[in-house]
Design a protein around this ligand. Structure first.
Ligand code: GAL
Length: 424
């Protein structure tokens, strides 16, 4: 049995599989994502299971989900797929997902896991996926070496960030690491929306889909912030205003790590990646929250669903699900990935200070936990893609006013049909 994953087999042509072999379709292809997946594969190998890798490159998983759809239509479903958030409901409704109620009951998931996690993986009363980790999205990373070298204090608010940006620029350093890739632009935007709107209004907009909430001036302010932030990503030595470009998120992290840029807003996966580059949270970079969001946890939960109808594999799929939820795997995987365990009973003092902070915040019942739009916690694939596109167009088109983008978003939400009742 191999100790690690086999090299990516083409996702469209799965190799024939033997007993214990599970082909896994996912989008973890960066160094840290790969290492985290390898960790899972190694634990599986110890338990007589083989992770047959079906990685589809593309941060945020857009391409992977397209491949998954195609494979399902061609009746070539993988046995296991990364399937986060709301899409799970759609897939479960079609009877495509194996129900894992037996595993959940045996391992007492409803007790040991966070209630939000169980809510996320439960559809119509059935557990339909195994949760792996919780990512915090509203992180502001500041490169401490750069700030120290320039004798700058670490800013805590937007004005402070703007002032620091001016000094960074004067010193020839691009203030902000950024990418124009749509899902990345929108991930930054949702953190800004949380900052301007606060958790209650954010939820009214994206969870309850209350159209009147889209009239609020906080939305226009968040759009303005997004535009300002992107402007701070224009190269320091360029008077021409060269666009940041649609670069993979790993390039953005590399710019930040190599001190080509000093500030970055990104989900916890960035911390995993910085870890593989030898940078540690709080020692080399701060893990502050995006201004105005310190009390809130804008989250995304990574989950693996087991596809139904893979005759003969159910026992292996259940065994894998059981393993994914175990305390030791939770700790090992999340330490590499940058996320935090989905269980409440894991000794998190072994994780870095940023992860501990995220964990304690998430665990505190008074913390507003706010679902990520971009990472499918509030909308399924189609809805979130439409919103991402609208935000992306605005960010890249200086002729579009924030007020116009606000109206477009409201119109889009109207077309996507508001929910009839608020979610619990
Ligand atoms: C998210 C996912 C993370 C990370 C990130 C970048 O959707 O939840 O685990 O992989 O994309 O690819």
């Amino acid at each position: 049995m191999a100790a690690g994953p086999t090299v990516a087999s083409s996702a469209a042509t799965p190799a024939a599989e033997g007993a214990g072999e599970l082909n896994v379709l996912h989008w973890w292809t960066s160094a840290s994502e790969r290492a985290a997946a390898n960790h899972v594969a190694a634990r599986m190998a110890e338990n007589g299971l083989k992770w047959v890798d079906g990685a589809v490159a593309g941060g945020g998983g857009g391409p992977a989900i397209k491949v998954l759809n195609e494979r399902i239509l061609r009746r070539m479903a993988p046995k296991v797929a990364q399937l986060n958030g709301q899409s799970m409901t759609e897939w479960a409704d079609m009877g495509l997902l194996l129900e894992l109620d037996g595993v959940a009951a045996k391992r007492n998931w409803s007790k040991v896991m966070f209630p939000q996690v169980m809510a996320q993986v439960t559809v119509h009363g059935h557990v339909v996926a195994a949760p792996l980790g919780i990512q915090r999205i509203n992180n502001l990373y500041l490169n401490k070496a750069v700030f120290k070298r320039l004798g700058l204090d670490l800013p805590n608010d937007w004005d402070g960030l703007e002032r620091a940006a001016a000094k960074l620029r004067a010193a020839g350093i691009t203030p902000v690491a950024f990418s124009d890739e749509p899902w990345q632009v929108a991930t930054v935007f949702e953190a800004m929306l949380l900052s301007e709107a606060g958790p209650v209004l954010y939820r009214r907009m994206l969870e309850q889909r209350d159209l009147s909430a889209f009239d609020d001036p906080a939305l226009e302010r968040a759009l303005k912030r997004l535009r300002n932030w992107r402007n701070l990503a224009l190269p320091a030595n360029s008077a021409l205003g060269i666009a940041p470009g649609e670069r993979p998120w790993t390039d953005v992290v590399a710019d930040f790590a190599a001190e080509r840029a000093a500030m970055m807003i990104m989900g916890d996966w960035a911390r995993g990646e910085l870890g593989t580059m030898g940078l540690e949270g709080e020692r080399d970079f701060s893990c502050k929250a995006v201004p105005g969001t310190a009390q809130a946890h804008l989250y995304s939960i990574d989950t693996l669903a087991m596809l139904a109808g893979n005759g003969g594999s159910q026992a292996d799929q259940e065994k894998m699900a059981e393993l994914l939820g175990s305390a030791t795997l939770q700790l090992g995987y999340n330490r590499i990935k940058g996320s935090i365990p989905v269980r409440r009973d894991v000794p998190v003092d072994e994780l870095d200070p940023c992860a501990q902070q995220s964990f304690h915040l998430f665990a505190n019942p008074n913390t507003p936990r706010v679902p990520s739009l971009v990472h499918r916690m509030a909308f399924g694939e189609v809805g979130k893609n439409a919103i991402i596109e609208t935000v992306h167009r605005f960010a890249l088109d200086p002729s579009q006013t924030p007020a116009a983008a606000q109206r477009k978003l409201q119109g889009l939400l109207r077309a996507l049909a508001p929910k009839t009742k608020a979610s619990p």
